[in-house]
Design a protein around this ligand. Sequence first.
Ligand SMILES: [Zn+2]
Ligand SMILES: [Zn+2]
Length: 169
Amino acid sequence: MIEYPIPRHLKGIFTVKDFERNSLDGKIVCECGCENFKVLYFGNEYKNGHIDCLKYKDGFAMNVTAVCVSCGKEHLLFDLAEHGFDGFINSNGIKIPDNELKEFNCCKSGFNIEMQIETCDKENFAEDFTGAEKFSAEDYVDAFNWLVINLECPNCKKTFRDFVNIELS
Ligand SMILES: [Zn+2]
Ligand SMILES: [Zn+2]
């Protein structure tokens, strides 16, 4: 069985649809089986349904959190301060308090969520970082290079492709 490079914070909720080269495609499914989530975010929202990093205090922040509409469990999908090469390796990005999160809405019936993750090459990561005692070879799954999050409203079927589309290295 292939061991997919699923970032650690998504283990258990990321269902792999496709994995080719360093590109991992999947959808978010709650542990309760539900695929419908309320979407909370911090970021600069554009009218066409894309978000980008937003200045916060003396840096930049972005956060996307999914809340299961069935069981209410919160799942952090992305935080610029923790995930991806820039956040995980370089500690770029600032954490925002939960009360800064806003809800993204279409028909108020939640969203189905797809994620595409361009992962870091395992061997390159091991060569470049394992010498520094701060990181271990297994950390490459959290140092991904690119993230796309697509949303679909289950009510009107409108899709928000590239709700997030961010290079992280
Ligand atoms: Zn749930
Ligand atoms: Zn809708």
